[in-house]
Design a protein around this ligand. Structure first.
Ligand code: NAG
Ligand code: NAG
Ligand code: NAG
Length: 703
């Protein structure tokens, strides 16, 4: 194989020689100048002319057996396995046939290596120590060593942190993390372009170092709160991280990232507080650090009841407790007046977180609040404490015909819950049981089933969720209702009497709830045995008029108003019709004379008739005798009448109405005035009559 390739080379060289050939030039052609021990060495000498070619090495002839003469102009020197000793200067000498001698020389180098033997290609150093990396480069004839970092030569100068020592060792002073990497040891056959490279890895180890971003972590507890604790670790090889926790590991709540440098706690609870220790370990050492986790809890308030109903006058207590971290302060607040309650706040006070109301009052009803106050927040919870409403005050009562309506100027104190309805009560007397009706608070507060025109006691009380409140004070009220009319009103001051007529105004104030039908007027003389006279007036009458009453009489009048329900109590009145005014008060002397003459005439007639009857004497007798003869009709009757009425004649005449008496008087005056002057027979009764006459006039005027 080698021979064939050598021949091929040679052939190509010969071709070159033909192309460039000059006839007298000698050359030695060889494959390479540096030959590894054991390799074949082939030298070809071309003389450029015919002659005898011989070989010398370092001036000494070479054994014939190693030399092959190819032809007249070239010779080949072949050494099968090169040794170090084969290195040297080879000379090809040609004695040309032309007689002159020429020669050409070629230097050949033979080497062994370079090799690195048992040089370690991996080194670990602890950070900060001095690192020594040997390079055991060997070879022949000699080897030069050079350390490289990348393409940079590592210097040999003293004082450099990284330097190559004279014994070809790489020395790293106080190894740093960034010194880690690959270094190359390059070995070169001295003076020749023959070298070998060896890569050596340098690893810098460091003990673990834990770095914390936060040593104290504060977080609010909560199901939505996650907290991450971060442990930053340096060191080589990469340390393993472990955590020590104040609670046992719960994989559902404790999550780690891939290198465990971050611990996430889900749904942080108060119990998670404490020291979290992060430990980093590698083969060099271990390190740890502590994170303090503070877990705050928002305050929470618990109350024993959110609604508490209590009867007026009773005691109520509501307990409250608070939780949270830091532990909150507890306060009770009366929300309707904003007052903070404590041990000293009296009837409504707080003892060990328990709100106590002694002797509940309607005005205590309302919202109370238990509050938790802490630096991590506030919380509160409201409690409704309620009782029955207070009694209604400021009410007015207005009656209807069969109803009573209450109106409240201000609603009663609610007691802490809305007033839903009112209970209305009524009775006719305190001996009776109360009747009840309950009406919604929005409806009219009316009792509607009462009897008309009846006196009732009524009262009401408000009702809420706690029950019925205290009743109002009693109110007495009379229903209007339907009834008899009130008595008509008569006014004695406005009576008018004119002669024997009477009138007075009539007023009706109250018809009793039904239209008036009429008035009944009754009147009679105010004396024993007098009969009532009755008449009706229409309901719209405003005057009572009576006519043709008796002069000089006292009367009694009764007026009654009537509706469908009955008659009123009668209104009564007394009045007097005066005596017919006497004409003597205005009589002339002539009329007095006339009256006297009539009296005389009557007396004369009486006397004459008496005379005539008893003694058959007198003027009448004489006239009768002249007219009828001895027999006189009616004489007997006249005699009987005058006998029974003896002494009463004057009284009868005076009791007749004045009008007719006057007429009689006038007739007597005109017809018989002339004749009376002749009557002279008995004067004694006449005198008596005259005396009584003025007395009667006087009494009539008085009346
Ligand atoms: C807490 O972590 C859980 C689980 O990773 C996640 O579902 C949730 O959204 C997180 N909550 C918050 C407030 O980040
Ligand atoms: C506080 O409230 C909690 C929850 O209602 C209850 O378990 C606890 O017993 C209460 N503590 C007191 C002192 O009332
Ligand atoms: C908590 O309550 C206190 C006192 O009642 C008040 O000063 C503070 O502002 C409140 N804080 C919050 C967060 O409401």
């Amino acid at each position: 194989m080698t021979n064939q390739s050598a021949l091929l080379c040679l052939a190509s060289l010969l071709l070159l020689l033909l192309l460039y050939g000059t006839d007298a030039k000698m050359i030695i052609v060889n494959t390479k100048q540096d030959v590894l021990v054991g390799e074949e060495i082939l030298l070809l000498c071309k003389a450029g002319g015919e002659g005898e070619i011989t070989w010398q090495k370092d001036g000494e002839d070479i054994d014939e057996e190693k030399v092959t003469v190819l032809d007249e102009t070239s010779s080949k020197l072949l050494i099968k396995k090169a040794t170090i000793q084969n290195a040297g200067t080879y000379t090809c000498v040609c004695n040309f046939e032309t007689g002159h001698q020429d020669e050409v020389q070629r230097q050949l180098y033979v080497y062994e290596g370079p090799s690195f033997g048992g040089t370690k290609t991996y080194h670990e150093f602890l950070e900060g120590t001095d690192g020594v990396v040997p390079c055991l480069g060997t070879g022949q004839p000699a080897v030069d060593i050079q350390w490289l970092q990348g393409s940079q030569q590592i210097p040999t100068r003293e004082g450099e942190r990284l330097r190559q020592l004279p014994d070809n060792t790489l020395h790293i002073e106080k190894v740093r993390r960034d010194d880690a990497g690959t270094y190359v040891c390059q070995a070169q056959i001295r003076g020749r372009p023959v070298f070998q490279k060896l890569s050596v890895s340098v690893v810098v180890n460091a003990p673990p170092k834990v770095l914390l971003k936060e040593e104290v972590k504060k977080v609010m507890a909560g199901s939505e709160t996650n907290v991450s604790l971060l442990c930053l670790v340096a060191g080589h090889p990469k340390p393993n991280i472990t955590w020590t926790m104040p609670v046992t590991l719960d994989p559902s709540r404790h999550q780690f990232n891939s290198d465990q440098s971050q611990l996430t706690i889900l749904a942080v609870a108060r119990a998670d507080y404490g020291e979290y220790i992060c430990t980093a370990v590698n083969k060099i050492a271990e390190d740890s650090a502590t994170i303090m986790l503070h877990v705050f809890e928002a305050p929470e308030v618990f109350v024993s009841a959110e609604q508490q109903s209590v009867l007026v006058g009773k005691r109520v207590s509501v307990s409250c407790n608070v939780s949270g971290h830091p532990h909150p302060d507890l306060h009770w607040l009366n929300k309707h007046n904003g007052q903070t309650l404590d041990m000293t706040s009296g009837r409504i006070h707080v003892m060990d977180g328990v709100l106590v109301i002694d002797d509940m009052m309607p005005s205590d009803g309302g919202l109370y609040s238990c509050m938790a106050v802490s630096s991590s927040g506030n919380a509160s919870r409201d409690v409704v404490i309620y009782t029955q409403p207070g009694p209604p005050h400021y009410l007015s009562v207005s009656p209807g015909p069969t109803s009573v309506l209450f109106s409240l100027k201000t609603p009663p104190i609610s007691g802490g819950q809305p007033i839903t309805s009112y209970t209305l009560q009524w009775r006719q007397s305190s001996a009776e049981q109360w009747n009840n009706v309950t009406v919604p608070a929005s409806a009219p507060l009316a009792i509607t089933t009462l009897k008309p025109y009846t006196l009732y006691e009524v009262r009401l009380a408000a009702l809420n969720a706690a029950g019925l409140g205290q009743f109002s004070n009693l109110n007495s009220v009379r229903t209007q209702g339907i009834r008899e009319p009130d008595s008509p009103v008569l006014t004695p001051d406005e009576i008018k009497v004119k002669g024997n007529t009477f009138s007075t105004p009539l007023t009706q104030t109250d018809d009793g709830g039904l239209p008036l039908q009429h008035f009944i007027i009754r009147y009679k003389q105010d004396k024993e045995g007098a009969e009532w006279k009755e008449l009706q007036l229409p309901s719209n009458a405003d005057t009572i008029s009576l006519k043709d009453l008796s002069f000089g009489s006292d009367y009694r009048l009764q007026v009654t108003a009537v509706n469908a329900n009955g008659s009123s109590i009668p209104a009564t009145l007394k009045f007097t019709i005066a005596e017919k005014p006497s004409s003597s008060l205005t009589m002339t002397k002539g009329s007095v004379v006339g009256i006297v003459m009539v009296i005389f005439f009557v007396v004369f007639l009486v006397v004459d008739a008496t005379c005539c009857y008893r003694n058959r004497c007198g003027l009448l007798m004489s006239i009768a005798v002249k007219l009828f003869g001895q027999k006189v009709p009616g004489l007997k009757m006249l005699e009987e009448e005058s006998g029974s009425t003896n002494g009463d004649v004057k009284l009868k005449g005076l009791s007749t109405p004045r009008g007719s008496m006057q007429q009689v008087g006038v007739q007597a005056n005109t017809k018989e005035g002339g004749q009376l002057t002749e009557v002279t027979c008995d004067k004694a009764p006449l005198t008596k009559h005259e005396k009584t006459h003025p007395d009667r006039n006087q009494s009539a005027a008085d009346a």
